[in-house]
Write a protein that binds this ligand. Structure first.
Ligand SMILES: [Fe+2]
Ligand SMILES: [Fe+2]
Length: 176
């Protein structure tokens, strides 16, 4: 996928994530978890703002189709959080975040030498924040009895990630 399409996809997917986390936070009982997931939602909106700035700098517009598609996906996930229990929303949020890290790392590679090469530190910061999200959801489910059933099927869990970023790298800014 080229940089332009990846930026459009990320822009729309960030809104899906924000919608999903809004529903997820509302479906939870624990006040600390509610607050933390509301903060994750706010971070996804920030990511969307950053991606819009990058699209604008490249004289591109968001894709109408992706905006519609991901708004539907986000709302569907948001509603489903109220009926599918505690484990599945936490597990699939972590699994999705694990892939999001790679999308930002991929954007960094594609942004080199382009008009938005100076945005690479911002893209790296977003990759780090997505890794922090992944680790937060991992911590929520790593002791759950369902995890041994989900991990082999969905290929994500303790010690199995879709991205190469370490927990240390997620906490400390590294250079690119
Ligand atoms: Fe994000
Ligand atoms: Fe995230």
């Amino acid at each position: 996928m080229n940089l332009e399409r990846l930026l459009q996809l990320g822009y729309s997917a960030e809104r899906a994530a924000a919608f999903a986390y809004r529903g997820h936070a509302r479906s939870l009982k624990d006040p600390e978890e509610k607050t933390h997931i509301a903060r994750i939602e706010a971070e996804e909106w920030e990511h969307r703002d950053n991606l819009l700035r990058m699209l604008n700098r490249l004289h591109l517009r968001p894709s109408r189709w992706l905006e519609w598609k991901y708004a539907c996906i986000g709302r569907l996930i948001s509603a489903s959080c109220h009926i599918i229990g505690y484990f599945a929303p936490m597990y699939f949020a972590g699994r999705l975040e694990s892939g999001n890290v790679n999308e930002y790392l991929h954007m960094i590679e594609l942004a080199r030498g382009t008009a938005i090469a100076d945005e690479i530190p911002c893209l790296l910061e977003m990759a780090r924040v997505e890794k922090q999200h992944e680790l937060y959801f991992l911590a929520r489910i790593e002791a759950h009895w369902l995890l041994p059933w989900f991990r082999p099927w969905f290929r994500w869990g303790p010690g199995v990630s879709f991205n190469p970023m370490s927990a240390g790298e997620a906490e400390e800014p590294s250079t690119v």
